[in-house]
Design a protein around this ligand. Sequence first.
Ligand SMILES: *[C@@H]1O[C@H](CO)[C@@H](O)[C@H](O)[C@H]1NC(C)=O
Ligand SMILES: *[C@@H]1O[C@H](CO)[C@@H](O)[C@H](O)[C@H]1NC(C)=O
Ligand SMILES: *[C@@H]1O[C@H](CO)[C@@H](O)[C@H](O)[C@H]1NC(C)=O
Length: 442
Amino acid sequence: MCYSGNKMKMSPLLVLLIALLSAATTTPPSEALNVRGHLLKSKTFLSPAISLSPGSVSNKWYFDIPFPRGHLALKSFNGEVVDEHGVPVPLHETYLHHWVVEPYYAPKNDVAGHNRSKVIPARNSGVCTTTLGQYYGLGSETRHTATWVPDPYGIEIGDPEAPPEGYVERWLLNVHAIDTRGVADKLACTECRCDLYNVTVDEHGRDIQKDYTGGLRCCYDETQCKLKEGFVADGEKRKLFLRYTVMWLEWSDAVLPVKIYIFDVTDRALMEGKSEPACKVEYQVEECSSENRAKNDCVHVEATKQILPRGGDIVFGVAHQHSGGIGSSLHGEDGRLLCESMATYGEGKEAGDEEGYIVGMSTCYPKPGSVTVRDGEALTVVSNYSSERPHTGVMGLFYILVAEHKQQQQLLPVAAGKPGLCFSFPVPCELAKFHSESPGSS
Ligand SMILES: *[C@@H]1O[C@H](CO)[C@@H](O)[C@H](O)[C@H]1NC(C)=O
Ligand SMILES: *[C@@H]1O[C@H](CO)[C@@H](O)[C@H](O)[C@H]1NC(C)=O
Ligand SMILES: *[C@@H]1O[C@H](CO)[C@@H](O)[C@H](O)[C@H]1NC(C)=O
């Protein structure tokens, strides 16, 4: 329902090619290895074991994971799925749907958060309110997506003053992995298509409506995707791990703090005139109409606006998409491009180059001070998918790191009043209205 691809000038294939050519590298620039003499530290950890058998799903939350302790500036977080011998596991065997990492405050006498009702999440700075509170989070693109925070910036963690009295900061990890060995349809299993999961109720026992054809509500922890006829899954159970490497510096005045914001293309609240964000996280991509197919125009464009609470310099940006994703962009209120993040697809079999999977997202590292955003600015998120075939449970997230300007208090009229919705490229008013009538993902 959300087609507006008639402005498309390039074929999706060409776009993919461009994405491949402009793929990001995960290596930090070498001159960035220390900030004014402060030593960069690095440590690699293993998550708890993730137990999987053909077709099975694991979506668990691990509390109090191994993580650097102290008042620190995080510089990067990279991870990948490995087996018991430390060998990287390719996406066509275990699809890494997503992982997220975030801090929380736990009572000193229950750091592992056994009593969940006492755990206080320490969320990022916005813009969703109940979901997407993570500091880091990626999926299949993990192996070739840079997370490096450029100098002199860092993500401040472990401030002893931050937790409430009697609480300490700890970290949690959520890993959602789907074992697709021997399954009937690998793409459909990774897209959590409900007909392959034989579920009628979601994780919380709520009925799944007929019009919900795929997404997280159908592939929760311990669900099972349909196996190929005659495939015997016995004895194929294995233990996997998320192996992650964290880089950091001791916190000091030499490091400038950045805030983490995550934008979600499914949040239609502002478009519908509501004040509270409503991030649905997932949406569906319907198949290209025959009319558009004839015009070689099978791009599904989803777009929305969300308010950035506090402005400053954007120092990093990256999008998160699923298979079928082409790329995503973030624009200022006047339509100016803030960051574009394009998907890279693998071409082979090995881990990190799996054909048909997004193996990396390109990133933005604007020259400091060259990309600024204002307090209360309405930003536009655009997420493009190929609609050559339909997709369920896709995502369109955009992460940015913002360094606030300390001295000047940016008081702008727009921050106080309601932002205009209909003026800026690339979402014309018509499209915005059209979108606000579409049912979204659930
Ligand atoms: C998304 O698609 C639109 C319409 O085809 C195009 O104008 C825009 O450049 C695309 N953006 C990205 C990031 O791929
Ligand atoms: C967990 O914490 C809540 C809120 O403080 C308390 O009411 C409840 O009894 C606790 N549960 C357990 C099992 O300790
Ligand atoms: C589907 O689930 C039902 C019960 O929930 C079970 O009886 C049935 O065997 C399952 N079908 C398959 C193919 O796993």
